[in-house]
Design a protein around this ligand. Structure first.
Ligand code: CLF
Ligand code: SF4
Length: 445
């Protein structure tokens, strides 16, 4: 057991016996060992949906369980994530951890999370795969995570008392139902502890994050750490609530304050009676890259990696929603197939159709997490497309496409596909003649 308040073993980076016994898995992971500061981590923002609501989270921003509030990460597809990893590993060879921590909950987006982890594992680079979750969907996914090589897992557990939990979580979405109040909190706590036990039994090194909320769970942290230890957690990261009305969270807007230094220290001491604690957390972004506290500029890395991409032929790829096959006459939400066209200097070329899961199924609650999941699947199916042409589209899908760098357009509604693509080709040629870079042509229509 660490000395109370001593961080991961010690502030000098020495490891406690429990942590040291894990050898290289801890010694080269900068979150599990403060002494591993020379190693870098990177996060892949591939998981947009979430299955619970925390009162310290505004869903417009990244998951606050493992990220600084108020930050928005641009979503990547699994293929883009693998590409980003290769670029980062080439520029920062000391990258030893690839984590998935948002922008929503990684396990509320299992397909994207597992596909991304598999793609990283396939590179055979020497990296630890790390996942951070709220734990609701963990139990069913432990075997899948283990199978792709995840050895480091973080679960955010803020309490083991449903009366406290009901003050933190207004609802959860579980088994196709939205649960509220005590039932929601108890279900989440039960699932978190069962998931923790299963992950430990599968051989994972489980760290628990707890967001310290004065007046709500601060008196409870010692008891919580004791229980977590019994379930096999290795490390406890007690993080301060960051509460700001500008972030638009329930806590921010209702004046719930974060802890001061002394309150944080006391809580870490209470937790440290039972568990090794982490005190060097940087509350990273869901797309963070580099050493802890020394984040690298991903745009600069992309720019430095650009020369090989510049050799690529320039083109745009358009996904068209059409019922008739002749006109652009289908609502985005009703499309089950998109016709895909590549437009380059030479002309318009039809590619293979892409089948998608229909976004709109007539559900009256379009903000259900299932819809977010569906949109994430749809975005993956449209990967590589820079434009979507349809007759109509809702505001939610419009914003999701834009956030992914895809330009939706209803300008050509009820116009013949051929005519719309000819016009786009014409604009594309005009832009090429002006020398505008492909990356600047997203708004070409
Ligand atoms: Fe990322 Fe989290 Fe893995 Fe680390 S972060 S998924 S365990 S690789 Fe680390 Fe960042 Fe704190 Fe998280 S400093 S927010 S604890
Ligand atoms: Fe937000 Fe993360 Fe909580 Fe989901 S789990 S509501 S993304 S803080």
């Amino acid at each position: 057991m660490a000395q109370p308040g001593s961080g991961c073993g010690s502030q000098q980076g020495e490891l406690s016996p429990a942590l040291a016994a894990q050898g290289e898995k801890v010694a080269t992971h900068p979150c599990y060992s403060k002494g591993a500061h020379k190693y870098a981590r990177m996060h892949l923002p591939v998981a947009p949906a979430c299955n619970i609501q925390c009162n310290y989270c505004n869903r417009k921003f990244d998951c606050s369980n493992e990220s600084r509030p108020g930050v928005v990460s641009k979503l990547l597809s699994p293929a883009q994530a693998a590409e980003r990893f290769k670029k980062v590993k080439a520029r920062i060879p000391e990258t030893r951890v690839v984590g998935i921590a948002g922008p929503g909950d990684p396990l509320a987006n299992p397909a994207a999370t597992l596909a991304s982890l598999k793609a990283i594992a396939a590179t055979q680079e020497e990296v630890h795969l790390c996942v951070s979750t709220n734990g609701l969907a963990l139990l069913e996914l432990v075997d899948d995570l283990k199978a792709v090589g995840v050895d480091h897992l973080t679960i955010t557990i803020n309490c083991i008392d449903a009366a406290i939990g009901a003050k933190i979580y207004p609802w959860i979405y579980f088994n196709h139902k939205r649960l509220r109040g005590l039932e929601a909190a108890q279900t989440l706590i039960d699932r978190q502890l069962a998931g923790l036990e299963a992950a430990v039994n599968a051989g994972m090194l489980v760290k628990v994050n707890t967001v310290l909320i004065p007046g709500i769970n601060d008196h409870h942290v010692g008891e919580l750490a004791q229980e977590l230890k019994q379930y096999g957690a290795l490390l406890h990261n007690v993080m301060p609530l960051i509460s700001d009305p500008a972030h638009g969270t329930y806590f921010g807007l209702t004046g719930q304050r974060g802890p001061n230094e002394q309150e944080l220290e006391l809580a870490r001491e209470a937790a440290g009676q039972n568990m090794d604690i982490m005190s060097h957390c940087q509350q990273c972004r869901a797309d963070a890259v580099g050493r802890l506290g020394k984040d690298e500029d991903m745009q600069a890395i992309e720019a430095q990696s650009a020369p090989s991409e510049a050799q690529e032929p320039e083109f745009v790829r358009v996904a068209v929603a059409s019922k008739s096959g002749v006109f652009i006459d289908q609502h985005f939400g009703y499309a089950e197939t998109f016709s895909v066209y590549r437009i380059d200097e030479k002309g318009v070329h039809q590619e293979a159709d892409r089948e998608v899961a229909k976004y709109c199924t007539g559900a009256d609650a379009c903000d259900e997490p299932e819809q977010e999941d569906k949109m994430a699947g749809l975005l993956r199916s449209l990967e590589g497309c820079s434009h979507v042409f349809c007759s109509r589209i809702g505001m939610g899908p419009w914003q999701s496409l834009k956030a992914q760098g895809v330009q939706p357009s209803t300008d050509y509604a009820m116009i013949e596909i051929e005519d719309a693509l000819a016009e786009l080709h014409h604009k594309f040629q005009a832009e090429l003649a002006k020398g505008t870079a492909l990356s600047e042509q997203k708004e070409v229509c």
